[in-house]
Design a binder for this molecule. Structure first.
Ligand code: UD1
Length: 432
């Protein structure tokens, strides 16, 4: 059976689903954090680098993951699922093209560019274009592939790349882009010589990708630091691998618990990956206990604070919206400065509909304590904005109806089931 046929793989992802949440919630209990979507997306693309069988454990059931699997199937990967293991096997490639129909739904499709070029010397990927949270160009991916000797044409909305062999060189990134770092790491695995990525992104998912590549026989060093060295090898072999826990999912549940004055425990997540976030929450007054494989948050009274998003190890932009929802429940004012994406405040009008007091000025948001969040019909605008609305709805008085839940299904595995387990009143309804 292929993964794509597995019943329930895309649990509850119908396009018009909505969520009904009755608040205020009091959460309690323990949930297990899923493996990280942003680790598995590049790892899945990285499977194209080996002609042998790759077995991956506990790939989360998410729409973005399904899109990546569909793309890999089109490129020739045979995918089978057995319990918690997914096997990917690409003895030969059937195509070099990531077409518009798939790329338009998920920017991470660009991750196949590096592996296809490295393995076969050619690739064609539809340009991802803009997206709701900003323009998100891919110049850093393309300029550095050119430095490695790739010939790149942009035509008809596609990136067409060719290179008889990519050459090792030093690639200083103008900005530590997560995606560019990952694409370039994968593009470099077969070069003769050592490629050095300077000013590399340091996100835990990059460290994870390096560990995965090394488990196949790659020689990657320094992943997780700002200087990554990739010594080319002849080929990559079979492996078994399980990605790290999802730090953004963990941060979201922590903030939901704090916004509702609850006590919950998260397992399957190493706190070191969200150390900075935990420190920020503690600074606000949060009572959080950590151990190697779990985090417990207890009922706390929160003060306001200032948060600026930054590349890892700074505060992640992917938790900015959720943090803003939490700040509306603090006893005094807060400020958020969004430094990574230019248009990542689309949750603000929706939070204001729920009685939040937020003013926007350019990249800064000024958040005053809400006199009391209250239920309202609201709409998800992007993945993390949707998570902010869930947090606000759990803290608000009354019944909140959240539309366009398909954004959430891109990145939160079984979110409604997990909140139900924690005791929330949450119901998924098909609004067709
Ligand atoms: C990844 C994450 C995303 C997260 C983001 C920042 C995945 C699948 N997605 O996205 O959830 O929000 O990191 O932590 O891992 N930029 C350029 N030129 C480029 C590439 C990026 O200007 O060639 C800019 C972007 O427009 C953006 C900033 O750099 O303003 C950060 O982008 P980047 O780090 O590349 O994020 P993604 O890899 O797209």
């Amino acid at each position: 059976m292929t993964t794509l046929d597995v019943p329930g793989f895309l649990h509850g992802s119908a396009k018009m689903d909505k969520l009904i949440i009755n608040g205020p919630a009091k959460l309690s209990g323990e949930i297990h954090i899923s493996r990280a979507k942003n680790a598995y997306l590049p790892i899945l693309a990285g499977c194209l680098l080996s002609k042998e069988r790759i077995r991956l454990k506990n790939i989360p059931e998410l729409r973005d993951i399904k899109t990546m699997l569909s793309l890999l199937e089109k490129l020739g990967t045979q995918i089978t699922q057995e319990g918690e293991w997914t096997e990917l096997y690409t003895p030969t490639l059937a195509s070099f093209s990531a077409t518009y129909d798939l790329v338009k739904t998920m920017r991470a499709s660009i991750f196949v560019l590096g592996p296809l070029l490295a393995r076969e010397g050619k690739a064609e990927v539809s340009l991802p274009g803009g997206c709701a949270i900003g323009t998100r160009p891919i110049d850093l991916h393309l300029d550095n592939l050119k430095k490695m000797g790739a010939k790149i044409d942009l035509k008809g909305g596609y990136v067409r790349a060719e290179a008889s062999s990519l050459k090792a060189c030093t690639l200083p990134l103008a900005f530590p882009s997560v995606g560019a770092t990952e694409n370039l790491m994968m593009a470099s695995v077969f070069t003769s010589g050592t490629t050095i990525i300077e000013n590399a992104a340091m996100e835990p998912e990059i460290e994870d990708l390096g560990n995965f590549l090394n488990s196949m026989g790659a020689k990657v060093k320094g992943h997780g630091s700002s200087r990554i060295e990739i010594e080319g090898v002849e080929h990559l072999s079979a492996t078994e691998y399980e990605a790290i826990g999802d730090r953004i999912e963990a941060g979201t549940y922590l903030m939901a618990a704090l916004a509702t004055g609850s006590e919950i425990t998260l397992t399957g997540i190493n706190f070191k990956y969200i150390d900075f976030v935990i420190e920020k929450l503690r600074e606000m007054g949060a009572n959080i206990e950590t151990s190697d494989n779990s985090i417990t948050v207890k009922q706390s009274t929160l003060s306001g604070t200032k948060v600026e998003t930054a590349p890892y190890p700074g505060f992640p932009t992917d938790l900015q919206a959720q943090m803003m929802a939490l700040m509306t429940t603090a006893k005094d004012s807060s400020i958020i400065v969004e430094n990574i994406f230019e248009n990542r405040f689309m949750h603000v009008p929706e939070l204001i509909r729920m009685n939040a007091l937020i003013d926007l000025e350019g990249r800064s948001a000024f958040i005053k304590p809400s006199p009391g969040l209250s239920a309202a019909p609201v709409m998800c605008t992007d993945l993390r904005a949707s998570a902010a609305l869930i947090i606000a709805a759990l803290a608000a008085e009354g019944e909140t109806e959240i539309q366009r839940v398909y954004h959430l299904d891109r990145g939160y595995e079984k979110l409604d089931q997990k909140f139900l387990k924690l005791g929330a009143s949450i119901k998924r309804v098909n609004s067709n």
